[in-house]
Ligand binder design. Sequence first.
Ligand SMILES: NS(=O)(=O)c1ccc(S(=O)(=O)c2ccccc2)s1
Ligand SMILES: [Zn+2]
Length: 236
Amino acid sequence: PYLVPVVILIVGPATWVEKFPEARGTRQSPVDIVTSRASSGGSAPPLVWRYSVNHPRSVVNPGYCWRVDENGYDSELRGGPLGSDVYKLQQWHCHWGSVNGEGSEHTVDGRAFSGELHLVHWNTSKYNSFTEAAGQPDGLAVLGVLLMVGSKHDELDKVVRLLPYIQHKGDKVTFSEPLNPANLLPKRIAYWTYPGSLTTPPCTESVTWILFKEPVQVSAEQVRLNLCYYVNGKNV
Ligand SMILES: NS(=O)(=O)c1ccc(S(=O)(=O)c2ccccc2)s1
Ligand SMILES: [Zn+2]
């Protein structure tokens, strides 16, 4: 009998451990939030945030999803699980799925959502730069917002309507329309929090995750726009 050459192609997260040893760690994200196992918040102080609204921002196609860079403008995130440290917003980006109803990174009791927004902050009380903070266990704090299909999201639309102009990896467009990242967050600010990692390479275990319980609604058209412009620009 002739020998059939068998080629096993391993792509995606399974190969990340080869290049990024952190991916083999003990606090890897994303995770499934098992709500029955979450402890109550106890006496944690309230989570508070303040963002700059009127400054130029740039939307970039990094090859997966889209990213908005805050370009160093002032902002603050403190309280909740963050102890006495003050964190600053560096960038925010999203993760979308190719099939409606899937695409979020975190799942809640095994349920995936249509997308997930991440607002990435770094610890300015302890570190001098985002890059330095990104390598420290208490360096980053990411606010996670679950997205579900429903009514159109007007604040998010300020970015979605620019996607046709950044269809390919590396494309970037700058806009100065006022935008308040606080308007991307849900009305109810109840959240789950756990010590985790970046969900994409280098998978560094430097993220305090703060995932809001209440999903935020985006329209089916907004999901479609994200999909069609991110399938093209996406690393495939
Ligand atoms: N999805 S996530 O929020 O966990 C995430 C992945 C990557 C980043 S990063 O671009 O900020 C970054 C941070 C450090 C090194 C390289 C990139 S944030
Ligand atoms: Zn992310």
